[in-house]
Design a protein. Structure first.
Ligand SMILES: Nc1ncnc2c1ncn2[C@@H]1O[C@H](COP(=O)(O)OP(=O)(O)O)[C@@H](O)[C@H]1O
Ligand SMILES: [Mg+2]
Lengths: 267, 539
């Protein structure tokens, strides 16, 4: 299994948004490390800054404090080098393009529009054979997410950033896509950061689960997940899987509890 | 690691912010306005010095104060006329929209009549109306009412249709019928859409009044303009155009403010951007959809002649029009003159429309890419969009001269502002997610425009184009009638002065038919495109 891609080092990152007249401090002192070819899941209460963190790593936004480094490159340099693939909760497909031309969009943007093999390979990898000519409107939610993931992978990025890509899907489709995501990651070995609000999902697919605190978000717990791969659905029924889920769940609860204390703290 | 790792470098989303981005939009707009005035004054005093084409703003102001009484008297007259037309036209439109909402089978037929009215070449309808209403104020009031009818009808019906289904179900669950549902739910739900409709009706009513006065009236800005145009009294034409602009735009803004005050929760709605209505499938349905409106329009035509008992010399039935075109002794001659002129009109109109469209799309793209420019100029474009450009036709006639280019220029100016505003609004609604995907590959401006902004704007462009077919033809015929001596507008004005009512009716009928067909062709294209792009899938 060829591990590839860039390691990600986030050190002391803070980001504050101006909102109306006031300010929203989304992140404060965020630290995280993802090794090259690693698969890290980011989990935390809603509104804690997960998407903000991912956008910072993607170079779509810049931190007010701290540094983000990927093997010597800044996120902006990575972005300009077209070495990043992103997929969000909203698949953000171009409704006027077909499945294959939506995937090809990424290739067009990096100047490889004629790489038809890459497109057909990915259509196969995400299991959309036969739907090449379909438009997004004709697809189910799960299929649209597959297209978005295929698009994020087709340029063979060094870093894959997924922001709740399966958040809007039903449990069954979600599990299926988790299996495929794992298979794809195993095949490609790209450094991957997955934001999710599902603890079982995080534990099932990732090498490491990072738990974030409520806003302003920072990492408050690390859980290394060392189940052997390939992981199968049988794993979901094992005690050790449940133990892991319970452990992450406890961290998340503890982190949510913290804020109540912070908020009632008069200082 | 290395110091290139500093992620504090500005990301693209927040970079490129020039200093101008921090200047308040009002200040920018005011600066642009003053610059335009200064340039205008300069041009008028240098390049156009001593020419009737352009007068300097200072002289326009002087002229206004010199003839203040005359101007204000006529302005008051036209405003009063427009107000009556506004009242009657909107009442009729809302009442008929109510009927269409309560009795759905009538919807298609009422819609066809409303569209036909919208497609009438008002300038040529005025002399025919004058046969009924006499030389007084009746014709301008009627035209003003006709000018607001279609858009208010569309807006009101849209409003009635937006009533929440659950609320309608509640009324029905109490065993009450459609009428109760209409009174208790639909009428209330329609207020925001209705106000949006009334907002654009204000300038439209003013336009109808002035166009009615163009062809003859005792007083009013329309007749004052025609006289000033004959005398090449440039300042007067500018004063009238500016006063019309202020009053029409003022009406638009007052109703808009009223709407924000009455229903602050409702999002702003643009009646010019309402998508075309979907057609039921099936051959029989299609046939009914085609035939029912045609029959209804003909019935209306006969009823109109019968109710007002117009003398046969003036009144022409559909059969008379047919005979004049195809069976009379001079049918071939009529055909060649009418269709030849129609060809000219359609050519100059299309040219003008396409020019305005291209200009608008390019400007919208520039605005999306350069935000400070948008903030400086867009408020001006939004204000100008509400101006009934047709009313300012004489200004353009003076500036461009009398020729084919005049028609093209007027249609181009007419199509530019609404298309720009709708197109920019649509581009601005490009989903953030799509933009993020493009940015994540460091896509350049061209790739953004090609892959996101332009395709997103296509439905809005088609919606504006549909409305623009009748309004562009109206603008073209007004220009031709008043000035150019070309095209079907000229054929109509000659027929009018020679009392040749056969040719006048034939021209009105043919022009209306062309506008209706054009409207439907664009609507069909729009539906196909919407189907393809399936709105809502990217959300
Ligand atoms: N562009 C922005 N402008 C203002 N506030 C923002 C912006 N983006 C995010 N926020 C705020 O930052 C906080 C964290 O948001 P986000 O990263 O989307 O949370 P999560 O993805 O964990 O649910 C929220 O309170 C959100 O309202
Ligand atoms: Mg989020």
């Amino acid at each position: 299994m060829a591990r590839r891609g860039a390691p990600v080092d986030v050190v002391g990152v803070g980001r504050t948004f101006a909102l109306g007249g006031g300010e929203v401090e989304a992140l404060r002192g965020l630290d995280m490390h993802v090794p090259a070819g690693g698969f890290t899941a980011l989990i935390g209460p809603s509104g804690c800054g997960k998407s903000t963190a991912l956008r910072l790593v993607a170079g779509l936004d810049a931190p007010d404090e701290g540094t983000i480094d990927m093997d010597g490159a800044s996120p902006d340099q990575m972005r300009r080098g077209q070495r990043i693939g992103v997929a969000f909760q909203d698949p953000s497909l171009l409704p006027w393009r077909t499945v294959s031309t939506n995937i090809r969009l990424a290739l067009e943007l990096v100047g490889r529009r004629h790489d038809t093999k890459a497109v057909s390979d990915l259509i196969e990898l995400v299991g959309l054979q036969g739907f090449e000519k379909a438009r997004p409107a004709q697809l189910s939610g799960g299929m649209r997410q597959r297209v978005a993931i295929a698009r994020s992978l087709v340029t063979e990025p060094d870093l894959l950033l997924l922001d709740e890509p399966f958040g809007a899907l039903d449990a069954l489709t979600r599990q299926q896509l988790n299996d495929e995501l794992q298979r794809i990651w195993t095949a490609r070995g790209t450094t991957t950061i997955l934001v999710t609000h599902s603890i079982p999902e995080a534990v099932y697919v990732a090498d490491e689960v990072l738990v974030m605190s409520p806003r302003p978000g920072r990492v408050v717990a690390h859980h290394g997940i060392d189940f052997e791969r390939p992981r199968t659905r049988e794993l979901l029924l094992t005690d050790r899987f449940h133990a892991e889920v319970e452990a992450v769940s406890a961290s998340l609860h503890r982190s949510e509890g913290q804020v109540v204390q912070l908020d009632t703290d008069p200082s | 690691m290395s110091d290139t790792a500093q992620a504090t470098a500005k990301a693209p989303v927040r970079s490129g912010a020039s200093g101008l981005d921090r200047v308040p939009p009002r200040v920018l707009s005011a600066a642009v306005g003053i610059a335009v005035l200064a340039l205008w004054e300069l041009l008028a005093r240098t390049v156009y010095a001593g020419s009737y084409r352009l007068s300097p703003p200072t002289l326009v102001v002087v002229d206004f104060f010199e003839y203040r009484d005359l101007y204000l008297r006529n302005l008051w007259h036209s405003t009063k006329t427009a107000a009556w037309g506004f009242l009657w036209g909107n009442l009729a439109a809302i009442a008929l929209a109510g009927v269409a909402s309560i009795i759905p089978v009538l919807r298609r037929s009422i819609g066809a009549v409303a569209l036909t009215i919208f497609c009438l070449p008002f300038i040529a309808v005025a002399p025919i109306l004058r046969l009924i209403t006499g030389p007084g104020n009746g014709t301008p009031i009627t035209l003003s009412a006709l000018a607001v009818f279609f858009t208010t009808y569309v807006a009101a019906l849209l409003g009635f249709d937006t009533a929440p289904g659950s609320a309608l179900d509640v009324v029905r669950s109490f065993g009450r019928g459609r009428l109760a549902a209409f009174r208790r739910v639909r009428l209330r739900a329609s207020v925001p859409a209705m106000i949006a409709g009334l907002q654009i009706a204000a300038p439209a009513a003013f336009l109808g009044a002035v166009v009615g006065e163009f062809t003859g009236a005792r007083s009013g800005l329309g007749i004052l303009t025609v006289r000033a145009l004959g005398a090449l009294h440039t300042e007067r034409i500018w004063v009238i155009a500016l006063m019309s602009t202020i009053v029409a735009t003022g009406g638009y803004m007052v109703i808009g403010a009223l709407g924000r005050w009455l229903c602050p929760w409702a999002p702003a709605l643009d009646v010019g951007a309402v998508p075309a209505a979907r057609q039921e499938p099936g051959l029989l349905n299609r046939l009914a959809a085609l035939l029912a409106p045609i029959i209804v329009v003909f019935v209306f035509w006969y009823a109109f002649l019968w109710v007002f008992q117009i003398k046969p010399f003036f009144a022409k039935t559909p059969l008379d029009v047919w005979a004049e075109l195809f069976t009379n002794a001079d049918a071939a001659e009529t055909r060649s003159s009418v269709f030849g002129a129609l060809g000219t009109t359609m050519w100059t109109t299309s040219l003008g429309y396409v020019a305005g469209l291209i200009g608008a799309v390019v400007t919208a793209v520039v605005f999306v890419l350069i935000p400070w420019l948008e903030r400086a100029l867009m408020p001006i474009a939004v204000a100008l969009r509400s101006i009934p450009i047709i009313v300012t036709t004489p200004v353009i006639i003076l500036f461009v001269g009398r020729g084919l280019l005049t028609t093209t220029a007027i249609v181009a100016v007419m199509s530019f502002f609404p298309t720009l505003v709708n197109c920019y609004a649509a581009m601005n609604r490009t989903p953030e997610g799509i933009l993020d995907v493009l940015r994540s590959y460091d896509a350049g401006s061209a790739a953004h425009v090609r892959n996101a902004y332009l395709p997103t704007a296509v439905p809005a462009l088609l919606a504006s184009a549909r409305i623009a077919v009748p309004t562009s033809l109206l603008g073209a015929t007004v220009a031709e009638w008043l000035a150019t001596g070309d095209g079907i507008g000229a054929v109509m004005v000659i027929a009018f002065t020679r009392n040749d009512y056969n040719v006048l009716w034939v021209s009105v009928a043919v022009l209306t038919l062309v506008a209706v067909i054009g409207y439907w062709l664009v609507a069909a294209l729009e539906l196909r495109t919407l189907e393809r792009m399936a709105p809502g899938t990217s959300r």
